[in-house]
Design a binder for this molecule. Structure first.
Ligand code: SAH
Ligand code: SF4
Length: 340
C-alpha cells in the first residue's frame, strides 16, 4: 500500500526507478483527492542579491565577488506586487539573500504597503532572523514564510552551510510557527555526499513538521562556488522526492520550482503531474533577473513579467488543469482564522 509510506518503503521507492510510474500516479491521485485540480500561482520578486552568508552551493554567497549586486527600491517591489495583482496572481513572494542593509523595519514597511494597496497574500523568504523580527513581520501583515532546512543530515548541513547552525535553522522554523506564519521548508536534492537514506529522513521530517508548504529542488552547481565541479541533482530523483512528499504530506502545498524547470525543460510540468500543485513565476523587473544567479541556467531570466504569467497559464492549460481561485492559503489546519 502506497499511502503514507514509512521510511523503509520510501527508501525502496527512491532506489527503484522501475516503480516510478506506480509512484507518480499514486501521488497524482493523492494530490487530486486532497487539493483538487487547481494550481496556485505565486509571483516571486527577488528583491536583493546581497547576502552575508556563504552557503557553498549558492551563486550569490558573500564569497562570490564576480557578481553584480543589486537591491530593489521599495517602489520597485511595490510596483511588482501591483503587476501581480493585475495579472490575477493572488500571492507575492518576496525573496532575497540575507541582506543586513535591507532592515527588517524597512521590510515591514514594504509588506504593510503591499497589504494595504493590493490586499495580496505575502510570503517571505529572507532567511534566518531573530524571533522579535519574525513577530514584527507577521504583524506587518506577512502571511507565510519559506525557510528550507536544506538537509536533515547534520554533518552535510554543517559542511555546505558553514555560516549557519543546524540547530538554529530548525529553531527559526519553530519560531516562525510560533509567530503565526504558514510555514514552508524543504531541501536541496543531489548535494554532494547526500544519500537515499538522508532523503528518506527528510521526507519523514516534512510529515513530522506538518509543513504548510514543501519546496524541494535539484542542487545545480554554480561555477563560481566551491561546489562548482560536482554533478547536479537529477530530475528523476527530484520527481521521486516530490511524489513521496505528496504521499507523506497529502495536504501540504508543493511547488513545481524554477530549479526543476532549469534542469529539464518539462521539469515543472512533470512535477505537477506527480504531486505538485503550485507554480511560482518570476514577476520582478527583468533587468535584475540575471544577477539573482543562485545557480546557472535559470529559466525566465529573459522573459518579462507578462510573458512569465502567460507562460504559466500555458503550462496549466497544457495539463488540463486550472488556475486555483483565492489566495491559496494552507489547508493544513485553521491558522489565523484563514484556511481558504
Ligand atoms: N537566503 C534565503 C532565501 C534565498 S535562497 C535562504 O537561503 O533561505 C533560496 C533557496 O535557493 C535556498 O533555500 C536553496 O535551497 C536554493 N539554492 C541556493 N543555491 C542553489 C543551487 N546552486 N541550486 C539549487 N538551488 C539553490
Ligand atoms: Fe545566502 Fe540563501 Fe544563498 Fe545561503 S542560499 S548564500 S543564505 S542567498
Amino acid at each position: 500500500m502506497l499511502l503514507k509510506p514509512g521510511r523503509k518503503k520510501i527508501i525502496s521507492y527512491l532506489s527503484s526507478p522501475e516503480k516510478d510510474p506506480e509512484l507518480f500516479s499514486a501521488a497524482d491521485r493523492v494530490r487530486k483527492k486532497n487539493l483538487g485540480d487547481g494550481i496556485h500561482v505565486r509571483g516571486i520578486v527577488e528583491f536583493s542579491n546581497f547576502c552575508s552568508k556563504d552557503c557553498l552551493y549558492c551563486g550569490i554567497r558573500a564569497g562570490n565577488r564576480k557578481i553584480k549586486r543589486y537591491r530593489m527600491s521599495d517602489g520597485e517591489i511595490l510596483a511588482s506586487a501591483h503587476r501581480a495583482r493585475r495579472a490575477g496572481i493572488m500571492t507575492v513572494v518576496l525573496q532575497s539573500g540575507e541582506d543586513p542593509h535591507f532592515s527588517t523595519s524597512r521590510l515591514c514597511g514594504v509588506v504593510e504597503k503591499i497589504k494595504k494597496e493590493t490586499g495580496l497574500a505575502v510570503t517571505l523568504s529572507v532567511g534566518e532572523k531573530r524571533y522579535r523580527e519574525y513577530i514584527d513581520l507577521k504583524r506587518a501583515g506577512a502571511d507565510r514564510y519559506l525557510l528550507r532546512f536544506e538537509t536533515s543530515d547534520k554533518n552535510l548541513f554543517c559542511a555546505v552551510k558553514p555560516s549557519s547552525s543546524y540547530g538554529r535553522r530548525f529553531e527559526c522554523i519553530s519560531m516562525l510557527r510560533a509567530a503565526g506564519f504558514q510555514v514552508g521548508s524543504g531541501i536541496l536534492i543531489g548535494l554532494p555526499g547526500q544519500t537515499i537514506e538522508t532523503l528518506a529522513d527528510d521526507i519523514m521530517l516534512f510529515r513530522e513538521m506538518k509543513l504548510d508548504m514543501i519546496g524541494v529542488g535539484p542542487f545545480i552547481p554554480h561555477p563560481d562556488t566551491p561546489l562548482g565541479n560536482f554533478p547536479p541533482g537529477t530530475i528523476e530523483s527530484v520527481l521521486r522526492v516530490v511524489a513521496l512528499s505528496r504521499l507523506a504530506s497529502p495536504r501540504s502545498h508543493i511547488p513545481a520550482t524554477t530549479a526543476m524547470g532549469s534542469i529539464d525543460s518539462e521539469g515543472r510540468q512533470k512535477a505537477l503531474m506527480c504531486g505538485a500543485n503550485v507554480i511560482m513565476p518570476n514577476i520582478g523587473p527583468l533587468r535584475y533577473r540575471k544577477y539573482y544567479s543562485l545557480y546557472p541556467g535559470k529559466i525566465c531570466v529573459n522573459d518579462g513579467p507578462s510573458r512569465c504569467a502567460a507562460c504559466v497559464d500555458g503550462i496549466i492549460a497544457s495539463l488540463g488543469r486550472e488556475r486555483a481561485s483565492g489566495f491559496g492559503h494552507s489547508i493544513m489546519g485553521v491558522r489565523d482564522g484563514k484556511n481558504a
